[in-house]
Design a protein around this ligand. Sequence first.
Ligand code: F6R
Length: 329
Amino acid sequence: MRKLLEDYMNWGFQLERALNYEVVDAQVLDASTLSGIAFVGMGGSGIVGDILSKYFEREIDIPVATIKSYVLPRYVNSDWLVIAVSYSGNTLETLSAFYEATRRRAKVGVVASGGQLALLAERRGLPRVIVEKDYLPRAALPSLLAGTLGLLNKLIELDISLEKGVEVLRDFSALNEAENLAKYLYGGIPVFVVSESFYPVGLRAKNEINENAKIASKVEVIPEWGHNDIVGWEGNPRNWLRVVAIKGDQDPAIDFAIDYLRELGHDVRTLEIGRYGYFETVLYGSWLVGLASVFLAGLRGVDPEVTKSIEKYKEFVRSYLMVTQDYVL
Ligand code: F6R
């Protein structure tokens, strides 16, 4: 627990170093000729795709997809830019989609700390960022996000900086808030409700609670929340769900959700994260829920670092892909 907690507490420093990661073998692509951008990755690496897709869907005119699968959708062709993100570099779903992207002659870039993905990218001279090692993937979000943005900045000539995030990740009042959140969540099933612009923070919160605190959790996104899940709250038992509303700046829909859930008799805790720009808000929110999930692990007496179930699943995927696909390692 100590190492993971320290890793989270040092996110500001991690991000500061990550801003200077080298981008290797970047050829500038003509962004106007791209038909789309796909981020390929799973779990703590895949969230980078969620964060960036949400950002780009409002900023650029081509489709941006997040692919969390070993299957690359048919629409991804040679006019697409595919960025494969895997902290370990050995996640088979990511490797499988990566191979397929190169087979279709898509423009491919890689972000990894090592493993097969880094090796293959080096051998093929693909644009890449190699991030620092020795973290659990979920604790390496600043590195993965900054590395991926650094790569995109070079490849399609953007100028997005995460520099302001460094300050935000040194606001240690977050520790107190995270500890209080963990106490609130303890003994129940966390349900995160979030508006779609900050969906990645809600998803991250659920995933962190799963992996670090070892309990089930769910995330509900507005507006879809208002078309099905909302009804479930009319009857949900009131003592075992712990509702957390993740609130961005100017977020009337989440205010509606908070008021309505309270009206129905539910206790709702609000996490106010929206004081900054998009990326800083996402980093801050992810930091807060990451810290809370480690504190919750402490309260529950479980080791936040070990994720034996993921290892079991990875063994299954290895045997499954071995028999279904001939190119796997
Ligand atoms: C572990 C974690 C997992 C991994 C996932 C993919 O900390 O967060 O969700 O991120 O199993 O592995 P990588 O990130 O190495 O591709």
